[in-house]
Design a protein around this ligand. Sequence first.
Ligand code: NAD
Length: 303
Amino acid sequence: MSTENTSKTVGFLGLGHMGGPMAANLIKAGYEVLAFDPVPAAQDQARRDGATVVATAAEAVAAADIVLTMLPNGRIVLDVYREVLPSAKPGTLFIDSSTIDVADAVAAAELAVAQGHRAVDAPVSGGVGGAVAGTLTFMVGGPEADFADALPLLEIMGGKVVHCGGAGVGQAAKICNNMLLGISMIGLSEALVLGEKLGLTHDKFYDVVSTASGQSWALTSYCPVPGPVPTSPANNDYQPGFATALMNKDLGLAANALRTNGVDGQIGLLAAEIYNRFNQDEAGKDFSAIVTDIRKRSEGESA
Ligand code: NAD
């Protein structure tokens, strides 16, 4: 996390699990933050963190040089942009860090530019832990000059910032990564349950596969069974971590992008279906708990 101090004023909309600590890090680095969230508990926390909490989103935007949004979904991002853009100073830089559909990200940027402003999409990975520690990875889509202006702010909240391409391409990087993560967690979990049926212990599975061609981040950093990686959520009754509800959301966005762009993404679509089903009962569990569902559905299936 950089500690650069600046006199710029930031409007911050959406102070939830992610936005709250991100705003707090900007305040610690010397930014003045005008914050808005409709939920009183989020407002109270922002006040304790040193933000100036205002009564409307438009008020948070009116005096800002840069506006950051960290909102639940694309519909809300577009609604908020439509609401606040007329109140912003000409040339205000809008940074949306929510995870939303690529098409919505492009539409949001077009709305901002049409009203004389600037915009980048800058979704993150790294979760609440990364938001608190200021070590998020930002994947940015938008014009080079706007990326350059967003960079000092993003470097305060992040450990890595990548300019991925034009409008929407930051969101593209986010959903491509998370689609691959969902697919690899399902594949790894199927292999683990098959190993269990065949008499292969988790420790021996890990010993072999972690240095063989089946190796993956899901196995070596986030192992979905207790034991081999002591810090993984499997060792803590699958408390998130990265909740199934969020993986389900991201796979839905990926599935939509696969279909919209005519990609023959059969495994990505299947992963979205599998997590959608798991999400009906276990939305609050870590996404690596999918292994428990595969194990349960495999009971009594031996020939
Ligand atoms: P959250 O639900 O905790 O926070 C969203 C906040 O937006 C809430 O406080 C809500 O009251 C506020 N909000 C809703 N409508 C608003 C409006 N009109 N104006 C201002 N604020 C409004 O969600 P979160 O976990 O902080 O996630 C935020 C975004 O970040 C989502 O798009 C999510 O997919 C993405 N994300 C989350 C994680 C994670 O681990 N939680 C990781 C990466 C990306």
